[in-house]
Ligand binder design. Structure first.
Ligand code: NAP
Ligand code: GCO
Length: 289
């Protein structure tokens, strides 16, 4: 008899995580492999893909990786065809690849705006479009989008990113609406502030060793008073990729240590000495383990 935990297994499934040579993508892929899936990843250049291949090999994971820019429809279609021929049709897609440009909106060029929208919103459209026909045929598929706090909130300097991640929330609901009838579920993970290279500049300590003001701000805004770790996101990723979530569709689930439930405390009340000692451990990236 199969038990409840078997519903979280991904045995034999082909899971494609975009931009997964390091950071959150690598953490999702690692969790999928542990749950039994065959992992496929792409990244933007050969150097990153090679870095990813080494990382998966170190973790004992047999992963297929190749260069593919998620904004290039032709390249994405060729990647999906290649995976189909070599490994099988894609059962699970995580639209993880993303970029951010922190520039005041009135100083941002249209080219910079376009770049962020292309990678963070158009990329998920192109990749989802490439896998949906096979999912329709199989009458089964899981698409997981990388949303953000910026799918709900604004902040200085991140206009294009917020517009893209807000749009991605609606793309998630629309894929759910359009393809739910084929047993395709599209949901999103909305990470709070997670310690990855993308967020490293926000918490870099000054030469005096003092906590960055933004680091202080985020801890004051987070009931857990810490940055997220890549591992914090793995459980939800496996759940949303697995049959255990077959009737959950069109949802964004936030993993933010409580940020979106809390108005925050006065940053000047935060006792900085409490955090200094654990700094190194806390910001360790999956790659460094
Ligand atoms: P990351 O460390 O920057 O990793 C993203 C990966 O995507 C990188 O390998 C990146 O390559 C790659 N990439 C960029 N453009 C691409 C393209 N056109 N085609 C293919 N790959 C491309 O980001 P992360 O922090 O792991 O975040 C992963 C996702 O979660 C992103 O969508 C991000 O917006 C979202 N997110 C992150 C956080 C957080 O706190 N870290 C919070 C909420 C949401 P390069 O290194 O060359 O850019
Ligand atoms: C920023 C951050 C965020 C996070 C994340 C929050 O500059 O505010 O980079 O955008 O990366 O997306 O959920």
């Amino acid at each position: 008899m199969s038990g409840i935990l078997d519903k979280f297994r991904l045995d034999g499934k082909v899971a494609w995580v975009t931009g997964a040579s390091y950071g959150l993508g690598l953490a999702y892929a690692k969790a999928f492999a542990e749950a039994g899936a065959k992992v496929v990843f792409n990244d933007i250049n050969e150097e990153l893909v090679e870095k990813g291949r080494n990382e998966y090999a170190k973790l004992g994971i047999e992963a297929y990786g190749a260069v593919c820019d998620v904004t290039n429809e032709e390249a994405v279609n060729a990647f999906v065809a290649d995976v189909k021929a070599k490994i099988g049709t894609i059962d699970i897609l995580v639209n993880n690849a993303g970029i951010i440009k922190r520039i005041p909106m009135h100083e941002m060029s249209k080219a910079q705006w376009d770049q962020v929208i292309n990678v963070d919103l158009t990329g998920p459209f192109i990749c989802s479009k490439a896998v949906i026909p096979d999912m329709i045929e199989k009458k089964s598929g899981k698409i997981i989008n990388a949303c953000s706090m910026m799918s709900e909130f604004g902040r200085e300097t991140v206009s294009a990113y917020a517009a893209a991640k807000g749009g991605l929330k609606m793309l998630t609901r629309n894929i759910c609406s359009e393809y739910g009838q084929y047993n395709i579920q599209c949901n999103a993970i909305g990470p709070g502030y997670i310690a990855t290279p993308q967020t490293a500049p926000l918490r870099a300590r000054g030469e005096d060793g003092k906590m960055a003001p933004f680091d202080r701000f985020i801890r004051s805004k987070t009931p857990a008073q810490r940055w997220g770790k890549t591992e914090d996101l793995q459980g939800l990723a496996v759940f949303l990729a697995s049959p255990a979530s077959d009737f959950i569709n069109g949802q964004v689930v936030y993993i933010d240590g409580g940020i979106s439930a809390y108005i925050g405390q006065d940053p000047s009340n935060l006792d900085e000495s409490k955090f200094a000692a654990i700094e190194e451990d806390e910001f360790v990236n999956v790659l460094d383990k």
